[in-house]
Design a protein around this ligand. Sequence first.
Ligand code: PLP
Length: 396
Amino acid sequence: MAPLSDRIRSMERIYLDHNATTPLDDRVLQAMLPALQERFGNPSSIHWFGQQARAAVDEARVPVAALLGAMPSEIIFTASGTEADNMALRGIAGASPEARRKILCSAAEHHAVLHTAKALAEEGWQVEYVRIRPGGLLDLDDLRAKVDETTAVVAVMFANNETGVVQPIGDVVRIAQEKGALVHCDAVQAGGKIPVDAQALGVDTLAISAHKIYGPKGVGALYVQRGTRLRALLRGGAQERNRRAGTENVAGIVGLGRAAKIALEELPEAEKLATLRDWLEQRLLAIPGSARNGEGPRVANTTNISFEGIEAESLLLALDLMGVAVSTGAACAAGAMEPSHVLRAMGLPIERVQGSLRFSMGRSTTAAQVESACAAVAEAVERQREVSRVSAVRRA
Ligand code: PLP
């Protein structure tokens, strides 16, 4: 038999980790190339070259605004979804009146929000976390109990990156507004998967990221509702109307614009992934000792499954060797895998959290890939359980 490395090189790889990042759409790449080549000017230069680049940036603002139900003037380009989240929280906090020193965020937020809130707490802000119900939805009663006239901002994500659960943002906005608090919504995992209408939702700020919608890495956007006061995160030039200093990533922004246009046009297709996801789930849940994490409304491409008695990290590595790329919700911190804070916030026992994997499909996922991936998971789970049984017998 050929050596393992050769077999790995020649096998078809199946990518089921689209919530981590998506491949660059070729239409996006084609749109970006002129911005990297001919339109190389600095958008702040007043000569022809600069104006070509400036036009490219401003043209890209239109489809991004359309994807988010916003006006182009309400879009600020950033260097990532993370920067957009930081900009929203720090920007709102920095511009809020002295009497509003409280920041609320859901316990299941992405680290881009949670770690910003933690840093703000270290700087003297009062930070509180709103509870998550067992299925993954925000506990609106807990939000009602915690939000008050001292709250500056409530941060709740639209769709969760680990479970795909979609939060009731409209309700969050109504509850927050009764107390005069602003709302930031991290829509990084919602953009291109479900309709996002910032104006209809009534949120004050909303973040997206290009690389989650088949655009390039290192570029994102923050919707800032007209009239919202925001202290700038970065200081320097007057780019983005003094809201985000720094020479624009023109090609990245053009890529985000093209990706946003395609995402809006192909939203019905993205929503159809639910059929394939349900089938994937059905197959995985047929494996003994498996359970789904996340209930209620969910984006169509994501599922999170626990396998009893399994270490998710070992399963992930075994699947990688079999050509299937999935993810644990865990973040690798200082070499140690941290159990998913999202699943912990849902109240799941630690053993179940440690045995859970996220499967996230995308535009190019096929039924045949789902079929092969499920067979690989069933085989790998069975093999790992067998290894555990044998070592238990040896220990006895
Ligand atoms: N928010 C959510 C929900 C995410 O899933 C991610 C990325 O995984 C981010 C924010 C950060 O986006 P970026 O990778 O562009 O910094």
